[in-house]
Structures are given as C-alpha cells and as structure tokens.
Design a protein around this ligand. Structure first.
Ligand code: ATR
Length: 285
C-alpha cells in the first residue's frame, strides 16, 4: 500500500479506466482493476463500457473529453479499434490486435498484453519455455498472440494445428517472417512428442468436446488450456486422469490484466489482490 487509504475512494480527482466490448456485462476486469487501484491507493476506477460498432469512430474523442486515461479492448473490437488509434506498439502491430490502450501525451497508444500474459502465467507456474517443443492448437486471435510471444522464448519448435488450415498456414508465414530459423509445422506427426500442448481454441467452454486426440494428450508432458470457465475442461480432465501436469487459463487472464495495469500506472501490479478478485468472480459464474 502507498500510505494510508484515502477516506473517500471516489472524488473530484478520480481517474477513469475501463473495458470496451460487446457483450461486456460478464467481464471480471472491472472488479479486478478497481481493486488493484484501491490496493495501491491510486485514485481511479475501472468501468465496463458496452459499445456498439457504430459508436467506435466517436469513441476515442468521447473518452478524451470525459477524461478516460486508458482502457482494455475485448471481443469483438481487438482488431477494429486499431484504425482509430494514434499509434500501436511493435508487438500489437505484428499481431494486428490491441487489448490495452493508454493515453500518452494526448495520443492513444495500443498494446497487446495477451501473449505476455500467457508467458508470465507460465513463468509464475515455474514452466520454462526454453528449448521446448510446443503443440499449439488453434490459430485464432488468442492462438496468434500466444504463438508470437512464444517465438521470443527460445522454444525449439512449434506445431500449429487448426480446424481451418489456411489460418495455421498464415500464422506459420507470420512466424517465419519474424524468426525464419524456427521449425514450424502445421500438421500432426507422431514423432518424438511435445513438451507443452496448448489449447487456444474455444472447444471445451461448453459441452464435452475435447480439441485434441488422446494420442496427442499422451504425447505431451504438460497441458495448458487457456479456457478458465469452466476451470476443468474435458481436456484438463483427461490430462488429470492420465496424471499429466496441467494448467487452465485463469492465470493468463490474471497476467494480461497485470500487464495492462503496469502499462497504465508504471507501477508493479498487486498480483495477489487481482488474483483474489478473479477467484471470487469465478465463484459467481
Ligand atoms: P479467439 O480470439 O478467442 O482466439 P477466434 O479468433 O474466433 O477467437 O478463434 C477461435 C479458435 O477456435 C480458432 O482457432 C477456431 O478454429 P477456426 O479457425 O477453424 O475457426 C477454433 N474453434 C472454434 N470452434 C471450433 C470447433 N468446434 N472445432 C475446432 N476448432 C474450433
């Protein structure tokens, strides 16, 4: 904590942050980020903004006028927000997606913390990516963010499998443009197995579907499902049954928020407070 907590949490100097998306009502971020501001005695609140597509062109001006300092971007605007920003970070530019926006010297700057959030969640769990053979399932927005962050982590090789093959091929080209010497495969071969299998698809959020075969699971030493609701997807259940170490996506969600907080405030985020908020929010879904 920075000094004594202020008596009135909201006053005339309170700064405003938020998250834009549609739908937005179920977002965990408003509680998590507001509690983080509170814990560091920062005079700010974070609100959910339900935005219609046709409001996007006016939004940044409206935010500037009303004093918004920064915001997160979620589905379906992570790509569509980019043309309205003044600039984007290198990482967000190659990804073509922005989930964090900060007002810097009167200019809106976009960042993506999705990939970094993933890498930090692994670091926190003591899982090293160095010299690892990765099987990444899914090449949508989340898969792309994860792949582009993994290639800076000295992995040995990556296999990307996606229902729509064009998308995994496109992601392969993108990776090759950045790291031409990294071995990238887009079809499954049961060679020497994988150190880490990552599910970045939405398969497992509902119903009993598993995005990979039992063979792929058994060939992997560690399994990560980025889905956090339900906390145990069919994939995670299978991994647990087979005694394979596994992890769900709650920490990725936590650390992408931690990274956003640190971009806005320049301060180290209160990770435990933010985690507590997420755990509580998940109990109510
Ligand atoms: P996000 O931003 O959450 O990644 P997305 O960009 O829509 O969302 O990507 C969803 C991912 O889940 C994609 O890899 C998608 O595969 P396609 O590219 O073929 O659409 C994958 N996915 C969704 N439903 C699926 C299903 N029933 N079976 C296999 N893959 C599925």
């Amino acid at each position: 904590m920075n000094g004594n907590p202020r008596e009135n949490f909201v006053d005339g100097n309170t700064k405003l942050f938020g998250v834009i998306g549609n739908p937005i009502r179920h977002s965990f971020s408003p509680d998590m980020q507001t509690k983080a501001f509170q814990a560091l005695n920062i005079n700010a609140v974070y609100l959910p903004f339900l935005i219609e597509e046709n409001h996007l062109p006016d939004l940044l001006n409206a935010f500037k006028i009303t004093g918004v300092q920064g915001f997160n971007v979620t589905v379906p605007y992570k790509e569509r927000i980019i043309p309205y920003l003044d600039c984007v970070s290198e990482g967000a530019k190659s990804l073509g997606s922005v989930n964090t926006v900060k007002l810097e010297h009167g200019k809106w700057k976009g960042f993506s913390t999705d990939g970094l959030g993933f890498v930090r969640s692994l670091e926190n769990a003591g899982i090293s990516l160095k010299e690892k053979r990765i099987l990444l399932v899914g090449a949508g927005g989340a898969g792309k963010a994860i792949a582009l962050s993994l290639i800076h982590q000295e992995i040995t090789e990556i296999t990307i499998l996606n229902r729509t093959k064009e998308k995994s091929d496109k992601l392969k080209s993108l990776i090759k443009n950045i790291q031409s010497d990294l071995p990238v495969f887009t079809s499954f071969t049961n060679g020497s197995g994988f150190d880490i299998l990552i599910n970045s698809t939405s398969v497992g959020m509902k119903g009993n579907q598993c995005p990979v075969t039992d063979e792929m699971i058994e060939m992997s030493d560690c399994i990560i499902d980025i889905i956090y609701n339900p906390p145990q997807t069919p994939l995670i259940k299978k991994a647990l049954n087979k005694g394979i170490p596994c992890m769900n996506g709650i920490d990725m969600l936590l650390y992408q928020g931690v990274e956003s907080f640190e971009i806005w405030t320049g301060q180290k985020a209160p990770v435990n407070v933010m985690n507590e908020s997420l755990v509580k929010s998940l109990k109510h879904v």
